[in-house]
Design a binder for this molecule. Structure first.
Ligand SMILES: [Cu+2]
Length: 266
């Protein structure tokens, strides 16, 4: 009697390479891949070319660093947005063309290598962001210690819904944040009531304003120009209106402004 296996056609499982080749032969996959490259290119161009134009004016080293990380994270995350938008846009066009949806493949949430790639990838992103931040904060602290003698101190108080700036060495208190260019500034930040967050936008620093503890941030304005000061912590009904403005100006303009406020040279 012949072995029964001789009569049963053997079905060979495709190798991983063949599976991948077959996958990219599918019309929907090829279309989605083209969409993926288009979307990714768009976000890379947005990040590298348009982001710097849309960002607020860079008026300190800290703001330059903040801009750099935003640009690079836009570029790094472009392929991720590319995948999601490619699937969405191709599905939308399929619907428009009246194509039937392709057969659903096996679920990938239990696929070891894919889970490993996205877990490690996310971890690397998070570690880069944390490392970048720690290096930047540490370099600020080092610079603050180095420049403490020449620095100007501004005591910032947030209250519902107003910013108040006290310049102890100059003996003035105002609601507009004016600073001399090129002089390191130490902001001692606190709150008179609820939690706020002090954010002089163009200077690229931001810190919580708490009632119980004074927080300190440090920057050196590098450019003359207008600055916006906002609150970046939801603090009640008029949080959105808790903003003021100010300017980075030449030392002589700053001295004249201090005198006009009734203060004196430090
Ligand atoms: Cu607020």
């Amino acid at each position: 009697m012949a072995n029964s296996s001789e009569h049963t056609p053997e079905v060979l499982a495709p190798t991983p390479g063949e599976r991948l080749t077959n996958f990219f032969k599918r019309k929907d996959v090829r279309r989605t891949t083209i969409h993926f490259f288009l979307w990714t290119a768009l976000f890379v161009v947005l990040g590298l070319v348009y982001y710097p134009r849309w960002m607020p004016e860079i008026m300190s080293k800290e703001m330059k660093s903040a801009e750099s990380i935003m640009i690079w994270f836009t570029v790094i995350s472009a392929p991720i947005a590319g995948i999601v938008l490619a699937i969405a846009s191709n599905s939308f066009m399929n619907m428009h063309r009246g194509d039937t949806p392709p057969e659903d493949g096996p679920a990938i949430r239990t696929h070891g290598p894919i889970v490993a790639i996205w877990t490690v990838g996310s971890l690397v992103f998070a570690l880069v962001a944390i490392g970048w931040g720690l290096i930047e904060v540490n370099s600020q602290a080092v610079a603050a210690a180095r420049d403490a003698k020449s620095a100007i101190t501004v005591e910032v108080t947030g209250s519902q819904w107003l910013w108040t700036f006290n310049y102890p060495a100059q003996g003035i208190e105002t609601h507009n944040l004016n600073l001399p260019v090129g002089v390191p500034v130490i902001f001692d930040v606190k709150s008179a009531d609820v939690n706020h967050s002090f954010w002089p936008v163009q200077l690229g620093v931001k810190v919580d304003a708490n009632a119980q503890v004074t927080t300190v941030i440090y920057t050196t304005p590098t450019k003359v120009g207008a600055i916006d000061v906002k609150c970046a912590e939801l603090c009640g009904l008029y949080h959105a209106y808790m903003e003021t403005d100010g300017a980075v100006m030449s030392q002589s303009d700053f001295d004249a402004w201090v005198l006009a406020q009734g203060g004196h040279k430090a």
